[in-house]
Structures are given as structure tokens and as C-alpha cells.
Design a protein around this ligand. Structure first.
Ligand code: CAA
Length: 385
């Protein structure tokens, strides 16, 4: 059977962030609640000329060569924070990347799960057309109400993955385990800019879904727990990933070994939640920060989207994978950043969003090549600088 999986992958994060120490000072609470209690240091923040489209285009630009572009026949754009109720955000990315016109583009949604839907659907498509490639992009802005308990779990970012036959980074296993259940732990009605969230309940349902998805993975012929070289979890905040691993270890009567998850949390701690992209940011973090040689070793991955759809799956790291990682590029993105104070953070939240068709011109702040230049007559205008 042809091996199918992730051939290349990259993330993008904007250059601005707020330290959670700044938020703790503002709220008059112990900063250790954030650094240790939820396990986060910073929240990445988009400027007014950045959004899910510009972050996605930046992430994809790093991996898509002219040769790839000729083979891509599908773009799957996964997001919870779409910018249009009808038009797929991926169409803007398709244009910015100058991809051929004979490509299908569609947007996928299910809270933080949709990136995994994209990855699995892409693998199915490549199984049918092994000479084609699929560009899967997960891009999100996690934004909660000011002064809510969830505020510290904000963030933003995008991950782009090229799915192909004979992949150079990871081959996806065919066994996967799913769990879907109609619950209200996190949702966002069309008229709201921020989600409604039952925070404590969502953490309980996350663990419940993990147990069910794992059981299904085992029933579908998945690998044994102790076969996995590393685990990556959906990380709304890193403490959630730690709790997930402790839970799964207990279910498997195994020791809770934090060495199996720590590398996969390094980047997430500095970026914050980026919903659909979070699991894949954790995957990049793990591949780029572990000292273990992962050649031919399986990695366990858990995807959770509130509402809820969850999936446990695995993938085997390919020989020579390190040659296809973008470690220096990613570390530079994280190092070259600017801290915002609390008032600047509030100003960043209030991006112009005219609902009457009038024109809003965005100040040029984005550090990347792509930016949202203006909104006029209800249309978003992107440009490459
Ligand atoms: N030093 C160290 N730790 C401290 C501390 C201190 N000074 N003060 C508090 N803590 C600890 C608490 O003991 C607690 O630890 P435990 O979880 O082990 O009990 C932790 O910090 C969090 O504190 P609280 O229990 O007081 O929780 P909170 O009211 O601040 O809210 C939250 C936490 C519910 C997760 C909230 O951040 C939230 O609603 N977040 C958004 C929802 C979310 O991310 N859910 C995750 C599952 S759903 C999902 O994964 C999908 C998604 O992306 C949204």
C-alpha cells in the first residue's frame, strides 16, 4: 500500500504578543496561576492587517515550491474564526500563493478539530490520486471576552501541511479512533465575535472524549500505548495536555512519563491557543525540540474540537525527516517578537470592521509578506508586500 502523510509542514505566528505576566498584573493575581496553573507564558496577537488568511498564506508560503504548486489539486482550509459566512477563506490564500486555477478549495469547520478532518480527508484523496498533493491549512485566532477566565488562553497562529504519497516527514497510520457527541462546552453563534464557553465542563469533556477516541482507536486495530515514542495533544493551554497524558497513561495502567509530551509543548506555551492549528503546532514543536531520534517511530496524536468531535490517530516519522523541518525559521519567528502592554492589547482587539460598506484602511503593521490592506464595500482586499 502507498505510504501517505505529511511531506512538509510549517507554522506562522504574528510578531506581537502579550505576556501573561502583564495580564496577571492587570487582574491583580499571582502570575504563577498562568505560568504553572494553566502552563502558558504568552498570547500571540494579530495586528489589524493580519487575520486567518494572512497567517495561513505565510505558513503555506514557507513550504509550497513552484513544483509543489503544479501538483496541488486541493486546498483544505480549517478554521473556527472564518471571515465570511459563505466564501471560503482558502480562496484568498489560493490567490495570494498564485496556485493554478484547476484546484478545489473548501473551508472546514468544527471548532479545534477541523485541521484533523482536513488531514484525514486529504489522505483519502491522495490514496485515490497518488500523483497529487493536498495543501491543508489550519489557521485561527483564539479570542475570549476581556476579564473572563478564558482570556489567558487566547493566542493565534497557522500551520500549513502538504499531504502527499511517500511523505518525507510522517506516514499516517490507517487506524484512527473517533468520538462525536452533541455537547455545549464551547460554541459561537453567528452574531458573536467571541465564543461562549463552559470552561470547567469543557476540560471534563475533553478528557471524556480522549478516553472514548482512544478506545475506538484500539478497537480499529491501532498501536499499543507503549509503542508510541511521543504524544501530541490538542493544546488549548499546556496544562490541559499534561492532564490529558496523565489520563491516558492511567487508562493504560502506564507510568505518566512527562518526557513523552514536554517537547510538544515548547512552542504552544509561547503562542497560546490557536484552535484548529494547536495540535499541529504541538507536532512541529515536538519534532523540532525532542532530542530523541524519531526515525521509524510512531507518534500518538489527539485532536479535540468542542461541541464535540475528537480523534486519536498515529503517524510514523520517516527516515531523514530532520532535513525537511524548518527549525531555524520557526525559532526566529518566535524570537523576533514585540511585547504589547495591556492598553496596546486592548487596542489590537478593536480592529476596524465596517458593517455599512464604508472603507477601512489598515495601518501597515504585519511583518510578513501578506496583509489585509483594506475593507471596502463589504469586501476584504489582501496584498502581497
Ligand atoms: N499557582 C499555581 N497554580 C494556580 C495558582 C497559583 N497561584 N492559582 C490557581 N492555580 C491553578 C488552579 O489550581 C487550577 O489548577 P487545576 O486545574 O489543577 O485545578 C488552574 O490554575 C486553573 O485555575 P482555575 O481552576 O481557577 O481555573 P480558571 O477559572 O482560571 O479557568 C479554564 C481555567 C476553565 C481552563 C479557563 O481558562 C477557560 O475557560 N479556558 C477556555 C476553555 C478551554 O480552553 N477549555 C479546554 C478544553 S476545550 C478545548 O480544548 C477546545 C478549545 O481549544 C477551546
Amino acid at each position: 500500500m502507498t505510504a501517505i502523510g505529511i511531506d512538509k509542514l510549517s507554522f506562522y505566528v504574528p510578531q506581537h504578543y502579550m505576556s501573561l505576566g502583564t495580564l496577571a498584573e492587570r487582574q491583580g493575581i499571582d502570575p504563577a496561576k498562568f505560568s504553572r496553573g494553566i502552563g502558558q507564558n504568552k498570547i500571540a496577537l494579530p495586528a489589524h492587517d493580519e487575520d486567518v488568511v494572512t497567517m495561513a498564506a505565510e505558513a503555506a508560503r514557507a513550504i509550497v515550491t513552484a513544483e509543489d504548486a503544479e501538483k496541488i489539486d486541493t486546498v483544505l482550509f480549517a478554521t473556527e474564526t472564518g471571515i465570511d459566512q459563505s466564501k471560503a477563506a482558502g480562496v484568498y490564500v489560493h490567490k495570494l500563493l498564485d496556485l493554478p486555477s484547476n484546484v478545489r478549495v473548501v473551508e472546514l469547520k468544527h471548532a479545534c478539530y477541523s485541521g484533523t478532518a482536513g488531514l484525514q480527508l486529504a489522505a483519502g484523496h491522495v490514496a485515490r490520486k497518488p500523483d497529487r498533493k493536498v495543501l491543508v491549512i489550519a489557521s485561527d485566532v483564539s479570542r475570549y471576552d476581556v476579564d473572563s477566565p478564558a482570556e489567558a488562553t487566547q493566542g493565534c497562529g497557522a500551520v500549513a501541511m502538504l499531504v502527499s504519497a511517500n511523505p518525507r516527514v510522517m506516514e499516517l497510520d490507517t487506524a484512527t479512533g473517533c468520538h462525536s457527541e452533541d455537547i455545549m462546552d464551547f460554541w459561537r453563534p453567528n452574531y458573536r465575535k467571541t465564543p461562549l464557553v463552559d470552561g470547567k465542563y469543557s476540560t471534563v469533556k475533553y478528557l471524556h472524549s480522549l478516553a472514548n477516541a482512544w478506545q475506538d482507536y484500539v478497537a480499529q486495530g491501532g498501536r499499543a500505548f507503549n509503542e508510541m515514542a511521543q504524544f501530541c495533544y490538542h493544546i488549548p493551554f499546556t496544562r490541559m495536555g499534561s492532564k490529558a497524558h496523565a489520563h491516558l497513561s492511567k487508562l493504560n495502567e502506564a507510568q505518566n512519563d512527562v518526557n513523552l509530551i514536554e517537547s510538544g509543548m515548547v512552542y504552544n506555551r509561547e503562542v497560546g491557543n490557536c484552535y484548529a492549528a494547536s495540535l499541529y503546532l504541538s507536532l512541529i514543536s515536538m519534532l523540532e525540540n525532542t532530542d530523541i531520534d524519531l526515525t521509524n517511530r510512531p507518534v500518538g496524536m489527539f485532536s479535540y474540537g468542542s461541541g464535540a468531535v475528537a480523534e486519536f490517530f498515529s503517524a510514523v516519522v520517516q527516515p531523514g525527516y530532520r532535513d525537511h523541518l524548518m527549525i531555524a525559521h520557526h525559532r526566529k519567528l518566535l524570537e523576533d517578537r514585540v511585547a504589547l502592554n495591556y492598553d496596546e492589547y486592548l487596542a489590537f482587539r478593536h480592529a476596524p470592521d465596517p458593517t455599512d460598506g464604508s472603507e477601512a484602511v489598515m495601518a501597515q503593521v504585519a511583518r510578513g509578506r501578506y496583509r489585509l490592506a483594506r475593507i471596502h464595500e463589504h469586501k476584504r482586499h489582501y496584498e502581497a508586500v
